[in-house]
Structure formats: structure tokens, C-alpha cells
Design a binder for this molecule. Sequence first.
Ligand code: 5GP
Length: 180
Amino acid sequence: MQRDIEEVLVSRETISEMVRTLGKRISEDYEGQELVLIGVLKGGFVFLADLMREITIPVDMDLISVSSYGAQTRSSGVVRIIKDIDITITNKHVLIVEDIVDTGLTLKHLKELLSTRGPASIKVAAAFDKPSRRKVEIEAEYKGIVIPDKFVIGYGLDYAGKYRNLPDLCTLSPKVYSKA
Ligand code: 5GP
């Protein structure tokens, strides 16, 4: 697997420091409130698992899986729920936990969708951010690390279903793409 990596863009140490900082901020901001973390599958589960252990207030959590409807959806931002959350979020403070914000379309639609269920508030924590790619105005309130416009793998992010288990955020060697 290591041979397929072109470059380590963000090291596991830097990621770990970022997660600690965000966890501390979230714990302070939501002190005394009912917080629900909603991890976005599949990519967001690694960040969710790390982040929730850096949060020092009691939290509830669940997972959601969404998918685009196809090529058209990339521009419309419409997403389909593959697996919904099981818990009720009415009057609760919701924090969506996402791996990366790219065009922002997925997150915008997901936020709108969850908003219809009457949460007390709804915010976003994203491990990585590619602001140069944004198509809609959306910002994660808890933003980890800003990265350049490159396709990344590792720390939950995949290429063709693989590399999610890399502990660092990396770019993929061009020889892997050329094999596809
Ligand atoms: P958006 O709707 O913001 O364009 O897309 C967000 C989703 O696209 C992310 O949750 C992630 O699953 C995927 N994505 C965006 N950029 C990358 C990337 O550089 N690498 C990988 N593996 N997935 C990405």
C-alpha cells in the first residue's frame, strides 16, 4: 500500500493535533447542552471515532450514509439517503461530522435535509477543507486542515474503496490511476 502513495500531505501527528484542538473547542462550546454527532459514511467514520474521544462532554452519536443521484446531482447538490440515522434530533444540537468539504454540495443538501427535523441547531465539523473547489457557500464551523485542490486518500478517504485505513492524508501515485 505504501508504494501507491505519492506524497504525505498531512501527517498523522498533525491530524491528531487538529482533532485535539477541535474536540476541546466543541467541548467548551456545547457545555451543558444536548449534543448529537452525526458521522457521514463512509469517509467520516475515522474522524468521528477520533473526534468523539477528544470531546469531554456527554454526546450521543449516529451515522448517516448519503449518495449522489449521478452526474446531474454533482451540480444540483441533491443527495439520496442510503442509511438514515435511528435517533430523533428534534430540539437537540446537531454536529455533522464529515471527512472533507470539496464543492460543498453534499453538505449543503444534508444540512437542509436534517434541518427539516427540527434540531435546536445544526453545525458542521470537517477534518479537511478544499475551499478552492467550492460551488456553494458553505463553511464548516469546526474546520480542521485546509488543503490544496488535490485528490486525497487516507484517514477515511478512499480511492475505488481502498486506502481508507492509511493513517496519514496522502496523494495517490499516478501509476495507480493509470492502472484503472
Ligand atoms: P462535495 O459534495 O463537497 O463536493 O463532496 C464531498 C465528498 O466527496 C466527501 O465527503 C468525500 O467523500 C468526497 N471527496 C471530496 N474530495 C475528495 C478527495 O480529495 N478524495 C476523496 N477520496 N474523496 C473526496
